[in-house]
Design a protein around this ligand. Sequence first.
Ligand SMILES: Nc1ncnc2c1ncn2[C@@H]1O[C@H](COP(=O)(O)OP(=O)(O)O)[C@@H](O)[C@H]1O
Ligand SMILES: [Mg+2]
Length: 369
Amino acid sequence: MPFPTAESDLRSRLERELGESYAIQRELGGGGSAKVFLAIERALDRPVVLKVLPPEATVGVDGERFRREILIAARLQHPHLVPLLQAGTVNAEAGDRALRWFSMPFVEGQTLREQLQRRTRYSVNDGLRLLRELASGLMYAHARGVVHRDIKPENVLLSGDAAMIADFGVAKALDDASDGALKSGKRVTTVSMALGTPAYMSPEQISRAPMVDHKADLYAFGCLAYELFAGAPPLERESLRATMAAQMQDPPPPLHQIRPDLPEALVNVIMRCLHKDPLQRPHSASVIVKVIDEVQTGTANGDTAHGGTAHGETSNSESPGAGSLHARSREAGSRSGDRAAREPVTIYVVPLLLMIAVVAAVVWWVFLR
Ligand SMILES: Nc1ncnc2c1ncn2[C@@H]1O[C@H](COP(=O)(O)OP(=O)(O)O)[C@@H](O)[C@H]1O
Ligand SMILES: [Mg+2]
């Protein structure tokens, strides 16, 4: 059991320790291993979410290191990332372990998981919009050295038209600060936040490779994007163990066979995210953002779905990102050509006219006066 203390014990313990700052309202549901409460932050009279990590999260975790990692995550500020507001520890007492907690704004709306349960498959345009928001959040955090490690529809909160990624940096903070107790295989289901969720977990996370970086988030993003359009993640199986084995060795079924209406460039970049080898995935979320921008611009220009060679994409599923980058650089080249053609007007012609005027004045002064 992740929380050996009775529910009410946990709640009263929190109320005792944090009650001055927060009025705890109710527990928010969720399949995670943490406890999540809706609370009112008294000082500002605003709703916040208090998340209490499972007690395992304090066993073998270097508190100072965890704090440092959380501080890095706390610096993230982006419209599509749920920010961290506060973090702290409830001290151990009478047989109960210390508890780590943090707070974040309460995002009113639903999770992407809840939405997927209602509408099975996304349209091309809605999917592109959502994926662009998520990819831009990933791009921002990755550029600041923060990885998520548990991208999944449960961690995408939808409020109005906007999507926000929750829990950024928390899994990595826990994982990096843990001494290995947390990393043993049997913890995979209980401390999923530290290890990922099998249907979205990259092969390198499953095999506990020493280098798990932002490419693991791109893999999970690929699984999530696939699910948006196909109705299920690519390699989900009957059991967690079978799912993990599939992530390690099975090829994902081609997305274009399930959704032939999707633009080819989009399908290619999603499939490339799902590559077992991190080096074969897009080098950064910026590649995904660019591809989506191109597809959206192409669609706006009357470009047709699936078969987006107009974007400079080849049918080679290994290189959608590279293809689109080439297309981009061609585009950029022709744009800079335009600029070069316009530049002499301001840079050369004006000084030339001035020089002619000066020469004419000198000639008039010397010869004609
Ligand atoms: N900032 C938030 N605003 C609103 N609801 C939230 C927020 N964070 C989490 N939740 C809700 O609490 C649930 C549990 O969250 P969590 O413990 O992270 O587990 P999981 O992400 O695995 O579902 C989420 O599924 C979501 O419904
Ligand atoms: Mg979550």
